[in-house]
Design a protein around this ligand. Structure first.
Ligand code: PEP
Ligand code: MN
Length: 342
């Protein structure tokens, strides 16, 4: 927003009034008028409210760049499970890859026992090495669905390429777009066109804005809704697999008011940190977590070092559900800082 001050008006009075509304302002002295640029991290204040400030002659508002996301609810219903603000935290868990029919059945029962509501597992695996296990494809989708249904769980699983999207959508309640594909516009269009809710993982080198534009693309092409998933970004740190951007979680939850969950497994890459990162995620405003678990983590066909045992999963569930419903701390709005203006 750009606020223009009228002639013969003391700009400092307008500035003080803007700051009273909790807005962060930057002043420009133009040839014809003084203007105040409202910084994007400011709380949202209606244009009409600002126009009422004495001395303001114009308020220019740029059109929203993500109109569908701006209108997105802060809580999304996925297969009867509410994900987002005010809802109980959601636990999604399962193996990195669906390895066998027996394995997914046994893990589904552990996920349900821990209080989970979604069974995860890759049928199509985006592996860093082309020689690593690539997933069992449609058979894995079938096993996943049957196991989830038996334990009253929903299914979240990844679509890897546009041609797989309709098939994955047939089996999944929540279609996952993985980190490596967040920028893949043809896949976003194809997944959107299935009209399913989508779990959009953050690209490992994506800014929050790029992530939000990918979410907008999904909605534009028909996705029923989007749940964002922070899974760690690439920085200079090597002692964890990626760097979990907990500030982005708070930003998406408390400023953008969108449903967001955290995947601490891919972020940390090591199982010993997962319980602590689950706690941190919920405290920051995440609507839930998605964790990789395995009955025999040492034998996992993919991502064994980050897989937690069923016992640890139960402990995480117990800790998560012991919190107050919603799990969100009250957000401190920028406007509460207004007392700095004397
Ligand atoms: C996954 O969740 O199975 C996965 C591959 O994660 P990411 O896309 O975050 O690497
Ligand atoms: Mn994995």
């Amino acid at each position: 927003m750009i606020v223009t001050v009228g002639p013969n008006v003391d700009p400092s009075l307008v500035r003080a009034a803007l700051i009273e509304h909790g807005l962060w302002v930057r002043r420009f002295d133009g040839l014809d008028a003084v203007q105040f640029f409202i910084e994007p991290m400011s709380p949202s204040v209606a244009r009409e409210t600002i126009l009422k400030i004495e001395g303001v002659v114009d308020v220019a508002v740029s059109s929203p760049s993500t109109p569908r996301l701006d209108a997105h609810p802060s809580t999304l219903d996925v297969g009867g499970v509410a994900i987002g603000a005010g809802a109980a935290p959601v636990l999604m868990a399962g193996p990195c890859s669906v390895e066998t029919e027996e394995q997914i059945h046994s893990l589904a029962s552990e996920v349900a026992r821990a209080g989970g509501s979604f069974l995860r597992g890759g049928a199509f695996k985006p592996r860093t090495s082309p020689y690593d296990f690539q997933g069992h494809g449609q058979s894995a989708l079938r096993w996943l669905r049957t196991a989830a249904d038996q334990h009253h769980l929903r299914v979240v699983t990844e679509a890897l390429q546009p041609s797989d999207a309709p098939l994955v959508a047939e089996y999944a309640d929540l279609v996952q777009v993985g980190s490596r594909n967040m920028h893949n516009a043809p896949l976003l269009r194809a997944v959107g066109a299935t009209h399913r809710p989508v779990l959009l993982k953050r690209g490992m080198a994506a800014t929050v804005d790029e992530w939000l534009f990918a979410a907008e693309t999904l909605l534009l092409h028909g996705a029923q809704g989007v749940v964002l998933c922070e899974r760690g970004i690439r920085g200079f740190e090597t002692s964890t697999r990626f760097t979990l951007d907990i500030a982005a979680v708070a930003l998406i939850a408390h400023v953008h008011h969108l449903p967001i969950i955290v995947d601490p497994s891919h972020a940390a890459g090591r199982r010993d940190l997962i319980p602590a990162l689950c706690d941190a995620s919920i405290a920051a405003g995440a609507a839930g977590v998605m964790v990789e678990s395995h009955d025999r983590p040492g034998c996992a066909l993919s991502d064994g070092p980050q897989a937690i045992s069923p016992e640890t999963l139960s402990m995480i569930g117990a800790r998560m559900f012991a919190r107050t419903p919603g799990g969100r701390e009250p957000h401190v709005s920028n406007s509460s800082l207004r007392s700095c203006v004397a």
